[in-house]
Design a protein around this ligand. Structure first.
Ligand SMILES: NC(=O)c1ccc[n+]([C@@H]2O[C@H](COP(=O)([O-])OP(=O)(O)OC[C@H]3O[C@@H](n4cnc5c(N)ncnc54)[C@H](O)[C@@H]3O)[C@@H](O)[C@H]2O)c1
Length: 325
């Protein structure tokens, strides 16, 4: 069993990963500055003998003895990463440098949670890992997109120059329990709007498509990639099934039995029209593919949001734009 560091361990994906690694018998260090993550995400594990919680900001270096590093720390939703764009770039660049420095010193294998956003508004569909992307380096999203692109570059350079054992996961839209209520992403937005009977806001005509991967599938993919021997190129992890946004909205209305109506608003700038992973590399290399259908994943996620909405008056919701607290 290994000693494993998870940066961003109190976040949405990080907390599921921490839980999974503990179940596998590992010793886990969760490192987080609690910007978008929260202790409540790990509360059910806080007495666990093999879990240690570290409050730290990865923009500053840290010295730890670990064998593997899952590097997830970075706000992931536009509303959070645009709150302080300079800090987002620092987290991606200085934070990744610090984690790579640590990996180099202690000879740990390091996995970067990169993103499909490195493909920008893709001109190739679906996106394969060898597509270089179409990113606006000046736009509002570039603190995140370009930040992650630099993080990937740093990973490759530390690998080539210093022999650091790297893995790069390009994660596509992931959803599930413990997504922040206020993160402004499409699944959390639609579920909250449906459960509270508000109009459901669809950008444009809702014909833009997205693919949605349930969090347990994603975590399985991350762990397989980390433990796959000797592969250092990026690997797409996501669900290749594509859904028009307007169909997703209708599905959520049906599953929540909501009286909500659909309303249509202007498309945000740089909003990609299509995003769908080509996961042949993950299929061949990791024998991995998503197993949880969208409807089942939504049925697992909706009760989480019902609970959080029910507790709202007593619960501090993560992130800078927590509603009405
Ligand atoms: N959720 C998705 O659909 C998705 C898609 C693509 C990529 N990713 C990547 O996966 C990772 C996790 O995403 P998530 O959805 O769980 O987001 P999240 O915001 O829930 O989790 C990020 C965690 O990192 C922490 N963090 C942020 N900045 C930090 C800093 N400077 N120092 C220490 N901790 C810091 C936050 O407090 C939070 O706990 C991110 O790197 C994100 O870019 C996520």
């Amino acid at each position: 069993m290994a000693v494993i560091l998870v940066t961003g361990g109190a976040g949405f994906i990080g907390s599921h990963l921490v839980e999974y690694l503990l179940e596998q018998g590992h010793e886990v260090l969760s490192l987080d500055n609690y910007f978008t993550g929260c202790k409540a995400n790990l509360r059910h594990l806080q007495e666990h003998a093999r879990l240690e919680l570290i409050r730290h900001d990865i923009v500053s270096p840290i010295m730890l003895e670990v064998e593997q590093i899952y590097h997830l720390a970075c706000p992931a939703s536009p509303v959070h990463y645009q709150y302080n764009p300079v800090k987002t770039i620092k987290t991606n660049v200085m934070g990744t440098l610090n984690m790579l420095g640590l990996a180099k010193r202690v000879k740990a294998r390091i996995l970067l949670a990169s993103t499909s956003e490195v493909y920008g508004d893709p001109l190739m569909h679906p996106q394969k890992e060898d597509y270089w992307g179409n990113v606006n380096c000046l736009g509002l999203r570039s603190c995140y997109d370009e930040g992650k692109r630099v993080a990937e570059t740093l990973m490759m350079d530390y690998h080539r120059q210093n022999g650091v054992d790297i893995r790069i996961a390009r994660i596509f839209n992931t959803y599930g329990p413990r997504m922040a209520l206020n993160d402004g992403r499409v699944i959390s937005n639609f579920i909250v709007q449906a459960l509270t009977g508000q109009d459901i806001t669809v950008y444009g005509e809702g014909r833009q498509t997205r693919s949605f991967c349930y969090v347990s599938d994603l975590v399985e993919g991350l762990v397989r990639l980390m433990n796959c021997p000797d592969f250092h190129e990026p690997v797409n992890l996501g669900n290749p099934e594509e859904y028009p946004i307007v169909d997703l909205a209708r599905k959520i209305i049906a599953l929540t039995h909501s009286p909500s109506r659909l309303v249509f608003g202007p498309l945000p700038p740089d909003d990609p029209a299509q995003r769908q992973p080509d996961i042949s590399r993950a299929r061949n290399l990791l024998q991995w593919q998503p197993t949880v259908p969208l409807e089942e994943g939504l049925k697992n996620t909706i009760p989480y949001f019902m609970k959080i909405l029910g507790e709202l008056k007593r619960t501090v919701v993560a992130g800078p734009f927590a509603p009405g607290l």
